[in-house]
Write a protein that binds this ligand. Structure first.
Ligand code: SF4
Length: 172
């Protein structure tokens, strides 16, 4: 039996950069520098769903945590995380080692210790002060909406995992 019985959980775009908003993506598909070591060590990879692509598709604008922090979106996140929770519970019950979760710091959804906030609202048009909008975009400490919900769902099952993240702008 060759299986390692080790599992790592990754945010979706670490294995598929195509899900990111245009023009973000510092690699063509898989973030090799992040994943290579785990692949070589025989760790199995579980890919979380991308909440933004599932909810708004690929033509979405870049948004902040303020905009995603909405009841219906939170419910959507819980729904798409349910099948993942079933898998995690199965691995835990079978005594596999889940070595952690890797998110994407800076993301409004998959940030772990850093997310982005700031929103003045309104349409993107000449009447809106776009410079002011950009000024209000700030890095903020704390998790993104999706990872916050994932952590809550794990805690409700008394499953404790180590969360870490790569930097949105530096991951390759
Ligand atoms: S950081 Fe999360 S929400 Fe953003 S593209 Fe990656 S998987 Fe999707």
């Amino acid at each position: 039996m060759k299986r390692s019985k080790k599992i790592l959980i990754l945010c979706h775009c670490l294995l598929n950069a195509n899900a990111k908003i245009f023009p973000l993506a510092t690699c063509g598909g898989v973030y090799r520098q992040v994943t290579q070591k785990y692949i070589e060590d025989g760790v199995g990879l579980i890919q979380l769903p991308c909440p933004e692509t599932g909810y708004l598709g690929l033509n979405r604008w870049g948004m902040t945590r303020d905009q995603y922090d909405h009841l219906h979106f939170r419910e959507f996140c819980r729904e798409i995380l349910k099948p993942i929770m079933y898998q995690i519970k199965a691995y835990v019950a079978a005594e596999y080692e889940i070595i952690g979760v890797i998110g994407m710091d800076g993301s409004p959804n998959c940030g772990i210790s850093r997310t982005c906030t700031g929103f003045i609202g309104g349409e993107i048009c000449s009447q809106v002060d776009i410079a002011r909008q950009q000024e209000l975009l700030v890095d903020a400490s704390g998790p993104g909406v999706f990872m916050e919900i994932f952590a809550e769902m794990l805690a409700s099952e008394k499953i404790s995992l180590r969360f870490s993240a790569v930097d949105e702008e530096q991951a390759v």
